[in-house]
Design a binder for this molecule. Structure first.
Ligand SMILES: [Zn+2]
Length: 300
């Protein structure tokens, strides 16, 4: 059986077909027309599925799709999705109606974690946390090779656990969430607040190299938040491996200074949990969606 995975993102929708040994046989990528409305996004996803299916012949296949946001276990509706027109919608039902076959739906952080745990930097671990540090901050757990969604469907949503009580306001309605300190958006807003200048994360990293004290202060605050939030996570869940993804995972400091701050904040005097850079890059989401679709299809 082949596996089709589709990763729906804010800027692009990507699809891939894998053969029964996990080898890639077809890939397609199109820009997400998110301004065109929910029904059109459904049609775009279905169109990508049709293009892939037309290229893999008559071999039976499973289908998995991942999106930003989380799926409410009570009513199957999507929430906290950055493609705003998709919030509140029963995406699984609507996609199955449009495509005409059963499929598995999960969020993009879970897909990232699953792909890295099975095929990437987390392969040697039984309990893996995929930590996504990009524009926002997300995560997903994989236990024994399977996504662990939790009783409320929010396992791994550590970006909205409170790090600093009474801290910065978050769009989730609370204050002091991890995401308000550990994300590209947080770094840029923090720099703007203390310097009055609006510049990007790469520009802030460059400014620090040039001796900008504001940049040093902001990035030091980021490392402190990383150490504290990650130590909290390890203390509660104690994973074997944490795999970092998202644009900020390319910051070399995280693997040296960041992990030192973890050790400073954790119970006990040593940490065996490995903090690793991802291996699969941008492909993790679509590969994880394909693997998840196969597992769910097989268990039905
Ligand atoms: Zn929040």
């Amino acid at each position: 059986m082949h596996m089709i995975g589709i990763d729906v993102g804010g800027t692009k929708i990507e699809g891939v077909a894998l053969d029964n040994k996990g080898r890639e046989i077809f890939r397609i990528r199109r820009r997400t027309m998110h301004d065109s409305g929910y029904e059109n996004i459904i049609k775009q996803i279905a169109g990508i599925h049709m293009s892939i299916a037309a290229n893999i012949g008559d071999t039976p296949y499973s289908l998995g799709i991942c999106t930003p946001g989380t799926i409410d276990h009570d009513n199957a509706r999507l929430r906290f999705c950055n493609i705003e027109c998709m919030n509140g919608k029963n995406l699984l039902r609507d996609l199955q109606d449009e495509i005409g076959m059963p499929l598995a739906l999960t969020n993009d952080a879970n897909s990232f974690a699953l792909a890295e745990a099975r095929l990437g930097a987390g392969r040697s671990g039984h309990f893996v946390f995929g930590m996504v540090l990009g524009t926002g901050c997300g995560g997903g757990f994989v236990v024994g090779g399977d996504i662990w969604e939790g009783c409320n469907g929010i396992a791994g949503e550590w970006g909205h656990s409170v790090l600093y009580h009474g801290g910065h306001a978050c769009y989730c309605g609370r204050h002091g969430c991890v995401e308000r300190y550990l994300s590209g958006t947080a770094i840029e807003q923090s720099y703007h607040a203390i310097s009055g200048r609006k510049i990007t994360v790469p520009e802030i990293l460059n400014a620090r190299k040039c001796g900008d004290p504001h940049a040093s202060r902001v990035l030091d605050g980021f490392m402190e938040a990383f150490g504290l939030a990650t130590a909290n996570l390890i203390t509660i869940f104690d994973p074997d491996i944490i795999v970092l993804g998202g644009g900020l995972s390319n910051m070399d400091d995280i693997y040296a200074e960041g992990t030192r701050r973890v050790r400073d904040n954790i119970m006990g005097d040593h940490v065996k949990t490995q903090v690793s850079r991802n291996i699969l890059g941008d492909s993790a989401g679509v590969l994880g969606a394909a693997l998840h679709g196969y597992e769910v299809g097989r268990s039905c």
